[in-house]
Design a protein around this ligand. Structure first.
Ligand SMILES: [Zn+2]
Ligand SMILES: [Zn+2]
Length: 447
């Protein structure tokens, strides 16, 4: 949900989700704060690409896989194509059909996965286990990895590789807490999270992309690995040990906000109020200005709007924290109020997604031009990544950074906390309910 990775991927993301945080805002948070960190996490990968077929390449050694109970070994140097078909999956080697079935499983370490589009070629390598199934005419790829491996990959994807280590460590703790508190966001896809900024960026261990705009490649950086290792098992917790289901975003623009304010779902016990942050002042998203022709914006929002002179577009509602909740379009006698999410989606779709990078903005009118002045990038909730990097550069360690954004939380490994006596419908009571439904023994997390 932010950072350098976001800069790289957001044009592609918009194609699928519209505005990047639209999906996140739709998703309700878990009601109950878990006590334990999950041992493994399931990530749906290549979500943005929704491929109909993928190529599988054995890396250095023969790679055994299972396709509908049939054992097949992929040989290094040979190319295998897995395609979605009416009745499931078909595995091809050249023109030879090797096997067919509903689902395929393989050790992710053994293979590279490649997607070849008309203009793009994308290759990824993951660790853990990879399962592929066909769903609604597309392939659905889900990797199951240890939580720590996912944390390292998320830090690597969300922050630039030159980011200071202490910022990486702060994100590692926040990402671990975020995942523990939001498992099953993509339960309908058989996964906990997707690999885009809708949940959090995840590129795996190694990646390569060839497209119309050139070539790029990368692998898990020292930053991601060191950040995960040096904070292993640490998460944000209430004093009674319950995990904070926290968030992180690219740039708060001066003040963070609560999930209730940003997403409006009100289902997650929030992690304290918003906090001031001047640390992200150096970010180009700290304060932004965008210009748009009034009529062009009205046309984007109301395609059949009459070209009247009294066409007005104004902020109609604002949350107590200053985030825009609704925008009104007034054309002649007609007045339409759009939720802010819809406003950003319609305007972004037709005029470019960069028009309103966050929900904290004002609209000014100057003749035929509307000027949007705003602060921040993303949803403003939780850890501000631009601020965390600036704090780390100023010599603050990850605990000090986290204490700034989460003043009511403690950053601690599970073992070091002793549950305190609980009362009322607090985090403690919620955690108690969680404890009453223990996870199945085969998994380190709730069903
Ligand atoms: Zn997602
Ligand atoms: Zn900030």
């Amino acid at each position: 949900m932010g950072g350098g990775g976001l800069r790289r991927l957001w044009p592609a993301l918009f194609l699928l989700y519209g505005f990047p945080f639209q999906g996140a805002e739709r998703q309700p948070s878990r009601l109950v704060a878990p006590l334990s960190l999950p041992a493994t996490v399931k990530i749906r990968v290549l979500t943005l690409f929704q491929p109909r077929s993928v190529w599988l390449h054995a890396r250095k050694q023969p790679a055994p896989l299972q396709l509908a109970g049939q054992a097949i070994t992929l040989r290094p140097g040979a190319a295998y194509r897995l395609e979605q078909a009416a009745d499931g999956l078909i595995l091809w080697q050249g023109a030879q059909r090797l096997a067919a079935g509903k689902s395929l499983t393989v050790a992710a370490d053994d293979v590279d996965v490649e997607v070849i589009g008309r203009k793009t070629r994308l290759r990824r390598h993951f660790c853990g286990a990879l399962a592929i199934a066909a769903r609604q005419g597309r392939l659905q790829l889900v990797v199951t990895q240890s939580l720590e491996a996912v944390v390292a990959s998320v830090v690597n994807a969300e922050l630039p590789s030159e980011a200071p280590l202490e910022a990486g460590k702060a994100l590692a703790v926040a990402a671990r807490s975020y995942m523990a508190g939001h498992l099953g966001r993509h339960a309908g896809d058989g996964a906990d999270f997707c690999d885009s900024t809708h949940c959090q960026l995840f590129l795996g261990e190694q990646w390569m992309r060839q497209g119309a705009t050139g070539e790029a490649s990368g692998k898990l950086s020292r930053l991601g690995q060191a950040a995960a290792e040096q904070t292993a098992g640490e998460a944000l917790r209430a004093t009674d040990g319950a995990l904070y289901p926290t968030y992180f975003a690219a740039c708060c623009g001066g003040r963070t906000t609560t999930p209730e304010e940003a997403f409006g779902n009100g289902t997650a016990p929030h992690t304290g109020g918003g906090v001031g942050c001047e640390w992200c002042k150096g970010s180009r998203f700290y304060a932004w200005t965008r210009q748009v022709e009034r009529r062009a914006l009205a046309k984007a929002l109301l395609p059949d709007a009459a070209a009247t002179d009294d066409l007005r577009i104004e902020v109609a509602g604002r949350s107590p924290d200053g985030c825009v909740t609704s925008v009104s379009v007034i054309s002649g006698a007609r007045r339409m109020v759009l939720p802010n999410r819809q406003f950003r989606h319609l305007a972004g779709q037709r005029l470019g997604w960069n028009l309103a990078p966050s929900s904290r903005y004002v609209i000014e009118s100057q003749g035929e031009t509307l000027i949007l002045r705003g602060r921040g990038f993303g949803h403003h909730v939780g850890l501000c990544l631009a601020g965390a990097m600036a704090q780390a550069r100023a010599g603050r360690d990850y605990r000090a950074i986290l204490a700034h954004y989460f003043p009511k939380a403690v950053c601690a490994p599970e073992k070091s906390l002793k549950p305190a006596p609980r009362s009322g419908a607090s985090w403690g009571a919620l955690a108690e309910r969680e404890r009453a439904t223990p996870p199945p023994p085969s998994q380190g997390r709730r069903p």
